[in-house]
Design a protein around this ligand. Structure first.
Ligand SMILES: NC(=O)c1ccc[n+]([C@@H]2O[C@H](COP(=O)([O-])OP(=O)(O)OC[C@H]3O[C@@H](n4cnc5c(N)ncnc54)[C@H](O)[C@@H]3O)[C@@H](O)[C@H]2O)c1
Length: 272
């Protein structure tokens, strides 16, 4: 269903790897709501991914860019403005990768080269994207930037290892840059803290399946799907949320404010 919430708006969407990706759903929803946009991903991911199908379905062009590379990001913002015919109205940062998680390395034994790589890819990349956009003056007044995060930034989830610290940094960058870009161009920058979601990045975490079920049993509304997340991102890109900035917004069916649920108590043999 389209309400044309993004009619006339143009954007950049990172991170659509395959049809499970949260960014993939955001692209589909943004298209449905009348937006035009450029799709981007790391060159290495695009060879494996199916991003061309998404580009065809949404009438989008693809610009490869490694989000850790400032030159490639400069190309991305410059070319996107040429393709889309002007400044950008919305940006989705949907990028996450931890080598420590991939290699199953416990938090107490982190490899620091991998940790640095994770910071660069998953958090500093937001700063780099914003700094490039700021320098090029590539974002329109009142445009909206959303980055995806997880609640391990606030509370400990042992299996999330270094990504917990990295997400804390990501959320801080959103606040800090939100201040500067708010003053410069009324640009708003928020993070959306999403439920566990069955994507390539999500399922790469050890024990993800069990934790997914646990979170689902805690949250009164259940886990939010990738599609639900996409809908929320669309509202944040729209003018209906124009005074929301520098926030970390939980999108988790109520998980973050629920202590325990009857369902979980019952599974422990306790009648609540
Ligand atoms: N899946 C979950 O459970 C969950 C929960 C909360 C938040 N998130 C966050 O949502 C975001 C999207 O992840 P997803 O779950 O859709 O998984 P995904 O694996 O589909 O997406 C991650 C994307 O990051 C891209 N990427 C990795 N390195 C890159 C680089 N150097 N340059 C550019 N792009 C790069 C990958 O190619 C991929 O498209 C991530 O920030 C993730 O941490 C996911």
């Amino acid at each position: 269903m389209s309400n044309n919430l993004l009619k006339g708006k143009v954007g950049i969407i990172t991170g659509a790897l395959d049809s499970n990706s949260i960014a993939w759903k955001v692209a589909e929803k943004a298209h449905e709501q009348g937006a035009r946009f450029v799709l981007t991903n790391a060159p290495i991911a695009m060879r494996m991914g199916e991003i061309k199908k998404l580009a065809e379905a949404t009438g989008s062009e693809i610009i490869p860019a490694d989000a850790t590379n400032v030159d490639e990001l400069t190309q991305l913002f410059t070319k996107s403005q040429e393709i889309l015919g002007g400044k950008i109205d919305f940006v989705l940062h949907s990028i996450g990768m931890s080598v420590n998680i991939r290699k199953n390395i416990p938090y107490t034994e982190l490899n620091y080269d991998y940790f640095s790589k994770g910071i660069d890819v998953s958090a500093m990349s937001l700063h780099k994207m914003l700094a490039v956009a700021y320098k090029l003056d590539a974002l329109n007044d009142w445009s909206s930037v959303v980055a995806l995060t997880y609640m391990a930034a606030q509370r400990t989830f042992p299996f999330y290892t270094d990504m917990a610290d990295i997400k804390a940094m990501l959320e801080s960058i959103a606040r800090s840059f939100g201040y500067h870009y708010g003053l410069k161009r009324k640009v708003r920058i928020n993070t959306v803290s999403q439920s566990p979601t069955k994507t390539t990045a999500g399922t790469g975490i050890k024990g993800f399946g069990d934790f997914y079920d646990y979170a689902n049993a805690i949250a009164p509304l259940g886990n939010a799907t990738a599609e639900d997340c996409a809908n929320y991102c669309i509202t944040l890109f729209s003018d209906l949320t124009r005074m929301v900035t520098m926030q970390n917004l939980f999108h988790d069916g109520g998980y973050s404010t629920t202590g325990v649920s009857n369902e979980v108590m019952k599974s422990l043999g306790v009648e609540a």
